[in-house]
Design a protein around this ligand. Structure first.
Ligand SMILES: [Zn+2]
Length: 167
């Protein structure tokens, strides 16, 4: 979420964004930890499949329970896979269905952990950039621009829409 302030909302350090880099990481890691906890995605001694670079980098900062991690290969039955989709991905799906007159509820299997659906694509991008990781380029669509437009008009829109997708 972009805000036209010149100081960080948390520490008053000068920044063009809502938070300075340090506070941004604090806020994002905290949100990810809460997201994991609230959904009980990861339990002690779980087996996880982590294929993306970003999750490898940030896991030490957000995981506080011992787990077994596999970095490649197939998703074996006792494993759970970390998905890389973010909030914008599920909302673009949702809006696409909505505009076609269909209802949509996002469902994940017990083997899927949508870790990043608590982050917008901008937040995910900033997190990746901080860790010097290049994310795949996103396609701009009518729907993604529509979503960005509303987020600009009414900050928080993306997080509000999320509530009607996941229940
Ligand atoms: Zn700050």
């Amino acid at each position: 979420m972009m805000v036209k302030s010149t100081v960080c909302k948390k520490c008053n350090k000068s920044t063009k964004l809502e938070f300075c880099n340090g506070c941004f990481l604090d806020v994002i890691y905290k949100r990810l930890r809460k997201h994991i906890r609230a959904n009980q995605y990861i339990k002690r001694n779980d087996h996880l499949l982590v294929k993306d670079e970003l999750t490898k980098k940030i896991f030490p900062s957000i995981l506080n329970t011992p787990v077994t991690i596999k970095f490649k290969g197939k998703l074996l039955p006792r494993y759970k896979e970390i998905l890389t989709i973010c909030l914008d991905d599920i909302e673009e799906l949702y809006l696409d269905k909505l505009f076609h007159g269909k209802s949509f509820k996002m469902k994940f299997s017990k083997q899927q952990i949508p870790l990043y659906i608590c982050l917008t694509k901008e937040e995910l991008q900033r997190l990746a950039k901080f860790h010097k990781i290049k994310l795949p380029k996103r396609k701009k669509t009518l729907i993604s621009e529509f979503l960005d437009y509303f987020e600009k008009q009414v900050p928080g829109t993306k997080f509000n829409i999320k509530k009607s997708i996941l229940s």
